[in-house]
Design a binder for this molecule. Structure first.
Ligand code: ADP
Length: 484
């Protein structure tokens, strides 16, 4: 099985109205491999002029695309699913090169992203309305669904394929056209995905992509246009708030998948082996660079020693290195800024009394590597309790009572996901009900699933992606009153 790609076959241009094209300015920006610091490719650096051309193409294509047959849209998604699967090795290799995750994880993400395409190919033909009558019997009420219109899609660098697929798929299924801006750190996977949609037969103008080193000017052009009717964003809460303010000016529909500060709670009666396995997944998937990553481990004092020891042992055994090399289990962080942040969060926790059980250092050499780290006795005052770590650092804090841990877990402005480990069903259901989050992992460290609604409450976001309700984010409800 080959796990490389030919750099000469990479798409590096903008994709507007069905054609690959250079940025109007002719400018490009480099994409770096975070394991080696080498430049992989130079990608078109789009500006406001390109952004306008892309959105106008999406605007022109909307009317016809919105009236297309659901089966046609479903078939395009189905073909894209099959092409993504057939290109698994190539897509995974590109993703590993630009983002750093180990190839095995990159292949897992390709499968996850592909499943999004398959799921929404099945949803496209299930869009339905309703029909009822008014209480006084004088009016028939017909309820139909329509695409919201041209959508702005903005994605982060941590899941370069899946985050794009999770937005493009429901938009295609619903009959929306799109302008898409992938993260500047990882545009190559997105551009490869766009080529797949082209090969799958997506009509010109339906999906337009502008890569840029100036996110605010491109996205700002789109949000201020009046043409775009919706924005779907995945990224930081800070940028999400900026985009919500921009969306307000044109009253655009908004879906926001923002940051998290996930609690991982191990109750006294938990199966410790299960909890350690769950902790490895919830912490180490994507090197900890996930909004769903467990950020705060609250472990009952009676089991904290056993859990910490077993967890630290597994973390210390992980193979850190270039994700493209067979056997690597933990790749580099995405950039120097992320590495500096992780290091300063660990230093801060240690200065406030936390103890390092394993890790806590940067390996030598090129690349943004950080060793898998377990801290224990982390005080509530440590900065990482209120900051997304976004790295391979687990912070354990012991607790004594269930009321106390629920209060601690909910004491954050975020509410994306919470993990709970217990063998007692009453406690499991109590925690599931009382955690202020959009998603709960009960005895599991992994919640993402195309068939499930992904999303958060509080400042973790608005709306849901995936599941039965995922397509609703891209549909408007129209009501027609019919006189009897
Ligand atoms: P992260 O911390 O994961 O990098 P960001 O929120 O900074 O998350 O980035 C997520 C996406 O938002 C990226 O595609 C990035 O280019 C884009 N982005 C960042 N700042 C802005 C902005 N001011 N306006 C629009 N998009 C932005």
């Amino acid at each position: 099985m080959s796990s490389s790609f030919d750099p000469n076959t990479l798409h590096t241009d903008l994709f507007i109205d069905g054609a690959w094209q250079k940025a109007a300015s002719g400018a490009t920006f480099p994409v770096e491999n975070p394991a080696t610091n080498e430049v992989i490719a130079n990608v078109a650096d789009g500006g406001p002029e390109d952004a306008r051309a892309a959105l106008e193409a999406a605007g022109r294509a909307q009317s016809e695309w919105g009236k297309s047959a659901p089966r046609e849209r479903a078939d395009i998604l189905r073909r894209a699913f099959e092409l993504v699967i057939a290109n698994t090795d190539r897509l995974a290799a590109i993703m590993t090169a630009e983002m750093g995750k180990p190839l095995a994880e990159a292949r897992g993400e390709v499968a996850y992203g592909a499943e999004m395409l398959r799921w929404f190919s099945e949803e496209a033909v299930r869009i339905s309305g309703d029909h009822t009558s008014s209480a006084d019997g004088n009016t028939r009420i017909m309820i139909t669904k329509e695409p919201v219109g041209p959508c702005v899609l903005v994605t982060p660098w941590n899941f370069p394929l899946a985050m794009g697929a999770r937005k493009i798929a429901p938009a295609v299924a619903a009959g929306c056209t799109m302008v898409f801006k992938p993260a500047e750190l990882t545009p190559l996977t997105s551009l490869a995905l766009v080529q797949i949609f082209r090969e799958a037969g997506l009509p010109d103008g339906v999906l337009n992509v502008v890569t840029t080193s100036s996110a605010s000017s491109v996205v700002g052009t789109w949000t201020s246009s009046g043409i775009a009717r919706k924005i779907s964003f995945t990224g930081s809460t800070e940028v999400g708030k900026i985009l919500l303010r921009q969306a307000a000016d044109n009253v655009m529909r908004s879906s926001m998948e923002l940051g998290g500060n996930a609690p991982f709670i191990v109750l006294a009666d938990a199966d410790i082996e299960k909890a350690v396995d769950g902790a490895m997944k919830a912490k180490m998937r994507n090197m900890g660079e996930a909004c769903t990553a467990a950020n705060r481990f609250f472990v009952h004092r009676s089991v904290v020693a056993e859990f910490s020891e077993k967890f630290a042992k597994k973390m210390s055994e992980l193979q850190v290195g270039n994700g493209a090399v067979a056997g690597t289990e933990v790749g580099p962080l995405i950039e120097q800024k992320g590495l500096d942040k992780v290091e300063s969060l660990v230093d801060d926790a240690v200065s406030k009394g936390a103890r390092i059980l394993t890790g806590g250092s940067r390996p030598e050499g090129p690349g943004y590597f950080y060793t898998p780290t377990v801290l224990t006795d982390v005080p509530i005052e440590a900065d990482l309790m209120t900051t997304e770590i976004f790295g391979p650092v687990a912070a354990i804090t012991p607790f004594d009572s269930e009321d106390e841990v629920l209060r601690l877990a909910n004491d954050t402005e975020w509410g994306l996901v919470g993990y709970v480990f217990t063998e007692n069903m009453d406690k499991a259901l109590r925690f599931s009900a009382e955690l202020e989050v959009g998603m709960v992992g009960l005895n599991t460290g992994l919640v993402s699933n195309p068939a499930a609604p992904f999303g958060g409450v509080k400042q973790s976001g608005l709306g849901r992606e995936g599941g039965k309700i995922g397509i609703e984010e891209f549909l408007e409800t129209k009501y027609t009153a019919i006189a009897v």
